[in-house]
Design a protein around this ligand. Structure first.
Ligand code: 13P
Ligand code: ZN
Length: 289
C-alpha cells in the first residue's frame, strides 16, 4: 500500500514508534526493504537521494511505485535531501509521495522562504514535505551531505519554522551524523533537546543519520516525537561487506542471481533488526483499522 508521509507518520507519532526510511539505489535494496517490512509487519519508507536517482534514472521510480503499491504493508516513497525546487519537481513528476527540501545550510529566513514555496507546490498535489532546521554532521564516505560541525536545532526557531512554513515533518539536529563514526566515536544524542522541541512543535520529527548510534539512545527517540528514522549506511555496509566476502571466496562468480542473494540476506537482517529497534515491528495493523 502506497501512502503519503503525513498519513504514515501521523499514526507512528500518535502510537510512539518510528518508521524506518531506507535509502535505495537499485532493485536489490527495494526488495530488502519491502521483504523486511512484510516479514516484520512494519510500515516502511523507501527514500531516494538526488545522487541515487542520478545513478538509477527516473524510470526506476515507476518500478518502486509498483512494488510499494503491491506491498502488504504501508509504504511511502520519499525524496531524501532535495536541495532545490527542481529536485522537488522532479520527484513529484516521478511519483514520490513525499519530499524533503533541505535548505538547512541557508540562512533561517531563506530556509523559511524556500520551504514555504515547496510546501505550496507539494501540498497542491497531496505530497507531504519534510524540512530541516539545524545541520546534522557528516562522516567520511557518506554522500548524503551534512556539516563538519553540528548546529543543534534551536527550540524557538523550530516552533516559528513549523508555524510559518506549514511543513508536515521536521528533521532535527540532536547530535547524529551521516555515515559511520570512524574517528570521532559514537556521539551522545541530546535527548533533552529533542524532548523540548517535541513539546514546542507538535508535529512528527525526523532523525537523520540513524546508522551507528547507540541502540539505547535510538530507542528513546520515538518516545519524544521522532516518527521517522533515516537509515542508509548500516544497511549498505552489510550488503557490500557480504558481497565483498562472497566474491573473494568465489572469484569466478559472475551471475547476479548467484552473487546477490547472500548480500540481500545480510542487508535484510540489518533492516529487520532496525525495525525491531524503531518499534515499528508489528505496527502495520494500525493502518488497516
Ligand atoms: P546514515 O547513512 O547515517 O544511516 O544516514 C542516513 C540519512 O540520514 C539519509 O538521509
Ligand atoms: Zn539525511
Amino acid at each position: 500500500m502506497l501512502m503519503n508521509m503525513k498519513d504514515l507518520l501521523g499514526v507512528a507519532y500518535k502510537n510512539k514508534f518510528a518508521v524506518g526510511s531506507f535509502n535505495v539505489a537499485n532493485s536489490e535494496f527495494v526488495r530488502v526493504v519491502i521483504d523486511s517490512a512484510e516479514e516484520k509487519n512494519a510500515p516502511a519508507i523507501i527514500q531516494i537521494h538526488p545522487n541515487e536517482v542520478e545513478l538509477v534514472g527516473d524510470e526506476f521510480v515507476a518500478y518502486v511505485r509498483e512494488k510499494c503499491r503491491n506491498a502488504k504493508v504501508p509504504m511511502a516513497i520519499h525524496l531524501d535531501h532535495g536541495s532545490s525546487v527542481n529536485d522537488v519537481m522532479r520527484a513529484i513528476r516521478n511519483g514520490y509521495t513525499s519530499v524533503m527540501i533541505d535548505a538547512s545550510h541557508a540562512s533561517f529566513e531563506d530556509n523559511i522562504s524556500i520551504t514555504k514555496e515547496v510546501v505550496k507546490i507539494a501540498h497542491a498535489v497531496n505530497v507531504s514535505v519534510e524540512a530541516e532546521l539545524g545541520t546534522i554532521g557528516s562522516n567520511e564516505g557518506s554522500s548524503e551531505g551534512g556539516a563538519d560541525e553540528i548546529l543543534y536545532t534551536d527550540v524557538n526557531d523550530a516552533k516559528r519554522f513549523v508555524e510559518e512554513t506549514g511543513i508536515d515533518t521536521l528533521a532535527v539536529a540532536i547530535g547524529t551524523s551521516h555515515g559511520q563514526y570512524k574517528h570521532a566515536g559514537k556521539p551522545e544524542l541530546k535527548l533533552d533537546l529533542l524532548e523540548e522541541i517535541n513539546k514546542m512543535v507538535g508535529i512528527p520529527l525526523v532523525l537523520h543519520g540513524g546508522s551507528d548510534n547507540k541502540d539505547e539512545e535510538i530507542s528513546q527517540t520515538y518516545l519524544h516525537g521522532v516518527a521517522k528514522i533515516n537509515l542508509s549506511t548500516d544497511m549498505k555496509n552489510a550488503f557490500f561487506q557480504e558481497m565483498r566476502q562472497f566474491l573473494t571466496n568465489q572469484p569466478s562468480a559472475y551471475e547476479p542471481d548467484v552473487i546477490m542473494p547472500s548480500a540481500r540476506k545480510a542487508a535484510q537482517e540489518v533492516v529487520m533488526r532496525k525495525m525491531d529497534l524503531f518499534n515499528s515491528t508489528n505496527n502495520a495493523y494500525h493502518y488497516f483499522k
